[in-house]
Design a protein around this ligand. Structure first.
Ligand SMILES: C[S@@+](CC[C@H](N)C(=O)[O-])C[C@H]1O[C@@H](n2cnc3c(N)ncnc32)[C@H](O)[C@@H]1O
Length: 329
């Protein structure tokens, strides 16, 4: 009898712990199909289904979940309306939207984790589709800027570089922020994805920032000297054994006293190790992505490249994200 109760309780606990997944699922579907906007003015389910040409039964089920998890409410006239925070933060149209993160989690991370048993058993890895997800990843990386820009700007203020290059610049948010405080500094972004580089060029049209759509290796090979290099959220594209070489190449770009900033989630760090462990499961499932570095590894690659770590700051503790600053001796 006691055993049965314990078994029942275990099953109940697993079900309960999965409720939060429903919240994420609901938000993701709403973001992807613009449903929070569709219901913005207060609508009947049948009206939205007809207008947006959606399966009415499935839309109704989505609405029911939304009412349960508190993303939607019912007005006294029986119409459905999203909660204000869903319109502000999960609608694709809102400038404050973080919905892109839901896409990364639900379309990239969760499907990968679901393949784990097969991958492990068959001793296989999948290929990370850079072209398919380049914009999603560039956009989610930009969400970190709120936390990383202030210490970055302090670093720039301290070393006053004359020419800064951002390798793997994504949408170029860091360059834009630097331009806002310094009109004269030369700013270059290097980005391998043509779609992402095009978006960055559009965003930075009026900022006198050069965006080069090329492989950072090609940029480095040109040998132009700069005063600061940013390698932000880039190290997991490099095999651990190739990272020391990358640091050496980056160092070769720098004038004496020049600096490097590195942003990355770290393993073996004081903060955010649950997230780092999840990140690594994702990376290791792919043949073209690699596990996160430790701070010691970065320190050692820097040392081999003549760079000394001068700053190490957690920027998002829960995510294990750090900003490191190194200087060329
Ligand atoms: C995760 S995003 C980070 C973007 C930006 N650095 C940030 O932190 O917000 C990494 C970017 O590096 C670009 N990238 C990857 N490998 C590259 C390479 N070999 N050369 C240039 N860009 C590269 C990717 O296309 C992607 O846009």
């Amino acid at each position: 009898m006691m055993k049965d109760i314990q078994k029942f309780w275990q099953a109940r606990n697993w079900m309960k712990s999965n409720e939060s997944f429903l919240t994420t699922w609901h938000a993701h579907v709403g973001y992807k199909l613009d449903l929070f906007d569709s219901f913005a003015e207060g609508e009947k389910v049948e009206e939205v289904a007809a207008r947006e040409e959606l399966n009415g039964q499935l839309l109704l089920r989505w609405v029911e979940v939304g009412l349960e998890v508190g993303h939607l409410k019912k007005t006294i006239t029986g119409k459905i309306k999203p909660k204000k925070k869903m319109l502000k933060y999960v609608s694709a149209k809102s400038k404050d939207s973080v919905g892109i993160l839901l896409r990364e989690m639900m379309e990239l991370h969760i499907p990968t984790l679901m393949q784990y048993p097969d991958l492990m058993q068959n001793n296989e890895q999948i290929s990370y589709l850079e072209d398919k997800f380049a914009n999603v990843v560039a956009e989610t990386s930009a969400l970190l800027e709120k936390a990383s820009v202030p210490p970055m700007m302090k670093w720039v203020g301290k070393y006053k570089p004359g020419h800064i290059v951002d390798l793997g610049c994504g949408y170029g948010g860091y360059l834009k922020k630097i331009r806002e405080t310094d009109e004269k500094v030369s700013l270059t972004g290097v980005e391998i994805s043509s779609e992402v580089a095009e978006e960055a060029e559009g965003n930075l049209r009026n900022d006198n920032i050069t965006i080069l759509n090329e492989d950072l290796e090609d940029y480095i090979n040109k040998g132009e000297k700069v005063d600061m290099v940013m390698i932000h959220n880039l190290l997991y594209y490099y095999e651990p054994k190739e990272r020391e070489e990358l640091f050496k190449k980056v160092s070769s770009l720098l004038n004496k006293g020049g600096t490097v900033t590195v942003i990355s989630p770290l393993t073996d760090a004081k903060h955010g190790q649950t997230f780092a462990a999840a990140f690594n499961t994702f990376m290791s499932a792919h043949e073209n992505l690699f596990p996160l570095p430790t701070e010691k590894e970065i320190e050692s690659h820097g040392k081999a490249a003549g760079l000394k770590v001068k700053m190490s700051k957690p920027i998002i503790k829960e995510g294990g994200w750090y900003l490191l600053g190194l200087q060329k001796k």
